[in-house]
Design a protein around this ligand. Sequence first.
Ligand SMILES: Nc1ncnc2c1ncn2[C@@H]1O[C@H](COP(=O)(O)OP(=O)(O)O)[C@@H](O)[C@H]1O
Ligand SMILES: [Mg+2]
Length: 240
Amino acid sequence: MHPTIVVKDVCKSFGKKQVLNNVDLTVESGQIYGLIGPSGSGKTTLVKLIVGMDRPSQGDVHVLNTKVPDLHLLQRIGYMAQADALYADLTGEENLAFFGSLFRLKKAELQARIRYAADLVNLTADLKKKVENYSGGMKRRLSLAVALIQDPEVLVLDEPTVGIDPELRQSIWAELRRLKNTGKTILVTTHVMDEAEKCDCLSMVREGEILTSGSPNELKEHYGITNLEEVFLKAGGAKG
Ligand SMILES: Nc1ncnc2c1ncn2[C@@H]1O[C@H](COP(=O)(O)OP(=O)(O)O)[C@@H](O)[C@H]1O
Ligand SMILES: [Mg+2]
């Protein structure tokens, strides 16, 4: 194993408000890594620094041995933002074609990727509809398909399953595991504990700090408890 994402001593402030405090994080190649924490704890801020959409106030981030931000990295990282960034007056298919065209894909390859990504998120039947007529869950699914369109080595997904029904959530997690088994590295944020259980490794985030990290089992053993929700409470309590 070798590290795919390395966050070193990162701080981030907005004005006087410090949102991330000395965050260190290493995601090994081929892992599904979860960032779990309550709303406002800093997950999205951290993820944006990792994909290069924003810059740390202190510290640095490397992805695939390259210092972020880097133009060439964009091709290799699929990013699904928390807020859907889609063109409402285009169809689902046109959105996928547009985002796909930003990458170096041959026409046939692009068509194949559109079919694959749409099928994965169960949108094939809705591809010809305009996104303005999509439900919230359909938009999340399309955003996930967009993140996968260029077949990136690293996937960074910010609360990918919010607004998605349980059945499709299961199938998306099954696909994330399949992608992991083909060697992809996946960083996912969530505030849902049952999703945290599905990760190989977790960091629990609160108030801009990482409280504790480890595999779900390691964390449970370390704190001597059987569910992650309690680990979160204990780790938070230990910090004071
Ligand atoms: N651009 C910004 N300007 C000022 N404050 C921000 C900005 N982005 C995020 N914050 C603040 O940073 C904190 C962490 O937010 P965020 O990273 O979105 O948390 P999470 O994704 O865990 O819900 C919040 O208090 C939020 O209000
Ligand atoms: Mg967020």
